[in-house]
Design a protein around this ligand. Sequence first.
Ligand SMILES: Nc1nc2c(c(=O)[nH]1)N[C@H]1C(S)=C(S)[C@@H](COP(=O)(O)O)O[C@H]1N2
Ligand SMILES: [Mo]
Length: 361
Amino acid sequence: MNPFADTSSRPHREADFSREEVGLANRNHGFALEALRYDVTPIGMHYLLTHFDIPDMSAEGFSLEIGGAIENTVSISLDEIKALPSITQTVTLECAGNGRAHITPRHPSMPWSNEAVGTASWTGTSLKNVLQQVGLKPETVEIAFFGADAGFDKGHEHFYGRSLSPEHAMSDEVMLVYAMNGAPLLPQHGAPLRMIVPGWYGMASVKWLIRVEALTAKFDGYQQVDGYHYRENADDPGAPVRELRVKSLMIPPGIPDWYTRRRMVDAGSVALQGRAWSGNGVEVAKIEVGVDGTWHEATLRPRQETYAWTGWDFTWMAEPGEHVLACRATDVNGQTQPVDTRWDNSGLGNNGAQHVHVTVR
Ligand SMILES: Nc1nc2c(c(=O)[nH]1)N[C@H]1C(S)=C(S)[C@@H](COP(=O)(O)O)O[C@H]1N2
Ligand SMILES: [Mo]
């Protein structure tokens, strides 16, 4: 039995994905699902999302500028930042657009299916160590963070910028980062200095950080007030995207068909494994594996770090035929992944369950 024989002829096609979507997918790669086997994603396998161009930056002579509602505008060199107390945190980062390509109709943007997620061990210092030095004024209502990369989105020209509340910016876990998995940060991941905002979707973790500004009014940057909002439709004012939604993924079992990615598995006992995570460091309470729509509880591995995904295992007794596998996580707050895709006008926050088509022989 060869269920993939009919994929030998692949007629040329007009278009499903636009040329622009494919262009974005060539620049911004996801991770290979089999990399879910690693607690910490190897650097080159970590997903990437860069809105504009990777800026031409050098660690030499680099300094971070801090201005706005503080005593005096200051420049802090990379060496000074490296001299501050260092911390290393293993953090799962996921792009808010992950799962967008499963939504119909689809918002034209980076067409992620499942793979815009990864876990790295980030080394740097708590942002609060720098903020404490500069002396925030009490009238500060938000702190804005700017990357060195600029461009246009929907006609708006801007430097990539995001903001956090002063309380969030002063929390222990928000980091200024200069190393990833023990190696100097690579250009595409934000070298020489980036932020990591654990427990939030990736857009908050500003790469190529060059300027911090304490604001006495809410930040009105494009990526803060226009982009990254959950919206029912284009006219909906929407709600800001913040923490990760509970989610899980599995390593597709067996071997794939090159083109369709459908799987072939031998009958018998199949060891399924994957990862599960939720937002703001909320622990995952339960993971279930769906076999043709029937859910079975899988085994969670012990949790390793607050902001890192948790591994899970399940033994599937695979019987010959066509099957659809799925997985869904529930966190300790009782939030469960939807089985189907979750609608959003821009394709954000779709934590619908992953489905894997498997032929068992
Ligand atoms: N300066 C800057 N920072 C940025 C971005 C960007 O385009 N420019 N993309 C954000 C988004 S949407 C995500 S998901 C993460 C991706 O981080 P990574 O490429 O290191 O995986 O970076 C965030 N930080
Ligand atoms: Mo993202």
